[in-house]
Structures are given as C-alpha cells and as structure tokens.
Design a protein around this ligand. Structure first.
Ligand SMILES: Nc1ncnc2c1ncn2[C@@H]1O[C@H](COP(=O)(O)OP(=O)(O)OP(=O)(O)O)[C@@H](O)[C@H]1O
Ligand SMILES: O=c1ccn([C@@H]2O[C@H](COP(=O)(O)O)[C@@H](O)[C@H]2O)c(=O)[nH]1
Ligand SMILES: [Mg+2]
Length: 249
C-alpha cells in the first residue's frame, strides 16, 4: 500500500534526477583536499558533497538514509562510508549504546525498542547532534532517522539545519521480514511480533517523512531488492547522476 503511495510521488531515481529551484544544490562551491584513503574515482563526488554543506564548511554534508526495517540501510551505509568517505551515524546503534550504559534512560529506550515504538525525539536528536558535533568527517550518513514528522521537526529545531540529501531504500515487506528473521544478531526487536509492529510504525509514521522530503525535491529512491552489490551499484549511479547534474567539473 505505502509503496503505491510513494510510487505516485516525485521520488527521484538516478535516471530522473534534476535540480530543484528551491533546493540549495546550486549554492556554494568550495573544495576539499582528499585524505589519503579516499579513492581517486570518488574525488569529484567528494567535491560535490563538500559543496552542499554550510557555506563556510561549518557543518558537514548530511545525508539521511531511510527505508523500512531490514531494507538494508545499515549494510549499504557501511559501503557508502567506506567508498565515499562518510561517517556513519546509526540512530538505532546510538540508542542501543545508551541501553548498554545501564542508565534509567537506557531502560526506557529498551522498553520502547522491544515494542517497535519510537523513542522520544529529545533523546534521539541529542544523541545525533552530539555524534555530528564530535565527528571530524566532512560528510555524515544519518542511518534510520528521522522516524516520524515529530523527529524531523525536532532535528531541524535543535540543530538549526536540514539534510542535504535523503536516500530512501525501497524494499517489499516480505523481503524485509525475511531478512530480519535471518539477521541473527541477537536484537531484541528481530522477532515476528515486534517486526509486525515496526512495519506498521514504518508505514504510518516514517513514510510521511519520505513524502515530505520528496515534496521538497530532496528524496532519492533506490530499489533495495537484489544482491547487496546490485543495490550498491544503484547507489553509485545515484551519486554519479548527482555529480552530472549539479557539479561544475
Ligand atoms: N541485498 C540484500 N540481500 C539479502 N540480505 C541482505 C541484503 N542487504 C542486507 N541484507 C541482510 O539483511 C539484514 C538486514 O540488513 P540491515 O541490517 O542492513 O537492514 P536495516 O535497514 O539497517 O535494518 P534495521 O532497520 O532493522 O536496522 C542483515 O542480516 C543483512 O545482512
Ligand atoms: O531514530 C530512531 C531510530 C531507532 N529507533 C528505535 O530503535 C529501533 C531500531 O532501530 P534501527 O534503525 O532498526 O536499528 C526502532 O525500531 C525504534 O524502536 C527510534 O526510536 N528512533
Ligand atoms: Mg540498521
């Protein structure tokens, strides 16, 4: 159902990426010196990502990575981070770290995650804000956030900024369920009862966020079926199309 709704929207796939007049894509063109482990082929893309951030480089380029539970966000983020020099900030991992710290806040988070619900924005945004502030990376992937409109609005209010790019991994529910049940990482929410709840929350609260960014011309859809390699190839194509469209080389 949600896939049909999104299909009707102007989510951009690599072949249809065009700049939006209201976006900040055409602004700011300053360049980065590559670090030694940045691959030469990715160099002009790195310049692109540098050019989208704050005008004085005061904050990194920020990409929100969205998609349903098990759509492969974490898997693809690891590869994007490695090939394109992004820091990978997983909202779920930040919350799970908080649980491990054994505080009252951690106990609250654990109860919410077990039920597949969304942790209060002030907790998550604060963790993400600190993670962004403490990184020296020029480009950051925020994996699995915002989860709902309230999250999104709280992020904008607290950080005073918006993402430069949003990638949405589009995967059918049955495939997501299959992947989650096979993940085997001992997560308290990888059981069929919680997965069903997470899918409901995804449809009712997360999809509206994707629709919001779509209406702002910032969301790019990637088909998240197929092998990890095939999906990463689509990510590469998306980045190339962004370069072709927006970058002066
Ligand atoms: N293209 C793929 N084909 C098959 N399995 C995959 C694919 N991509 C990822 N997986 C596997 O599916 C499981 C879920 O992937 P991943 O953890 O990346 O998803 P996620 O979107 O981050 O999920 P969550 O929202 O629950 O954190 C993992 O076990 C991963 O190894
Ligand atoms: O911004 C967020 C991110 C996550 N949660 C909660 O954590 C679990 C697991 O998140 P993953 O991204 O799948 O690792 C999620 O189901 C939520 O309960 C959150 O509340 N807010
Ligand atoms: Mg994940």
């Amino acid at each position: 159902m949600w896939r049909r709704r999104l299909g009707a929207l102007l989510l951009r796939s690599p072949s249809s990426s065009t700049p939006s007049s209201s976006s900040s894509y055409q602004q700011h063109h300053h360049h980065l010196i590559p670090t030694p482990n940045e691959k030469p082929l990715a160099l002009s893309l790195l310049r692109l990502f540098a050019s989208q951030a704050g005008s004085d480089g005061g904050r990194p380029f920020i990409a929100f990575i969205l998609g349903g539970p098990g759509s492969g966000k974490g898997t693809q983020c690891t590869r994007i981070a490695s090939d394109f020099g992004f820091a990978h900030v997983s909202a779920g991992d930040l919350l799970r770290n908080e649980i491990s710290s054994g505080t009252d806040k951690g106990e609250l988070i654990l109860e919410i995650i077990k039920e597949g619900r969304i942790v209060p924005s002030e907790i998550t945004v604060e963790l993400i804000r600190k993670a962004i502030e403490s990184t020296t990376a020029k480009r950051v992937l925020i994996d699995g956030f915002p989860r709902c409109e309230e999250n999104r609005i709280a992020f904008e209010k607290i950080t005073g900024t918006e993402p430069d790019l949003v990638i949405f991994f589009d995967c059918p529910e049955d495939e997501m369920v299959k992947r989650l049940l096979g993940r085997n990482q001992g997560r308290v929410d990888d059981n069929i009862e919680t997965i069903k709840k997470r899918l409901k929350v995804f449809e009712s609260l997360n999809i509206p966020v994707v629709e919001y960014y779509s209406s702002r011309g910032k969301a790019h859809k990637i088909n998240a079926t197929g092998t990890e390699d095939e999906i990463f190839e689509a990510v590469r194509k998306l980045f190339s199309s962004l370069r072709a469209t927006y970058l002066e080389v």
